[in-house]
Unconditional design. Structure first.
Length: 128
C-alpha cells in the first residue's frame, strides 16, 4: 500500500497506513466540544455513550453480514468498507471514553509473537 489518503480541513495527505490511526485520533479529539450541527463525530459525542455504542453494534452487524457475503463468493469491497466503519466507530468510542486508540495497538503489539492459546489462557487466569 502506497499510503492512505487522508482528507481533513480541505487538505489531502498521503501517509503510511501506520500513521492513519494517529491522524484520525487527532481529528476525533478535535471534535470534542464542537457544534453537533457542524460534525458527525461531534453529534455522536453530544448524543452520548449509548448512541456511540449503538453505532458500534450496527457496524459490527453490518461487518458480519458483509463477511458472510464474501464467504458466499461476493466481492470483498463491501466488507472492507464495513470494517472501516466498524473501526472508525470503535475509535470514536475510545476517544469519547478518553482512551487513546494507540492503547489498542500497544495491546496488539504486546500480544504479537504469543501463541493465541497461551495468550487466551493468560487472560483467563487474570479473570478477563
Amino acid at each position: 500500500m502506497l499510503g492512505a489518503r487522508i482528507h481533513h480541513n480541505g487538505k489531502r495527505w498521503n501517509m503510511p497506513a501506520s500513521n492513519v490511526i494517529a491522524a484520525l485520533t487527532e481529528v476525533l479529539e478535535s471534535r470534542r466540544g464542537a457544534d453537533p450541527d457542524s460534525s458527525y463525530v461531534a453529534s455522536l459525542y453530544a448524543a452520548g455513550i449509548n448512541r456511540i455504542l449503538e453505532k458500534v453494534g450496527e457496524e459490527a452487524t453490518e461487518t458480519l453480514i458483509a463477511a458472510k457475503d464474501v464467504a458466499a463468493g461476493q466481492s470483498h469491497e463491501e466488507l472492507v468498507k464495513e470494517t472501516a466503519d466498524l473501526w472508525f466507530h470503535s475509535m470514536v468510542m475510545l476517544v469519547h471514553l478518553e482512551i487513546r486508540p494507540e492503547a489498542v495497538l500497544d495491546e496488539l503489539e504486546r500480544r504479537f509473537g504469543l501463541s493465541g492459546i497461551a495468550e487466551k489462557a493468560a487472560r483467563s487466569s487474570d479473570g478477563a
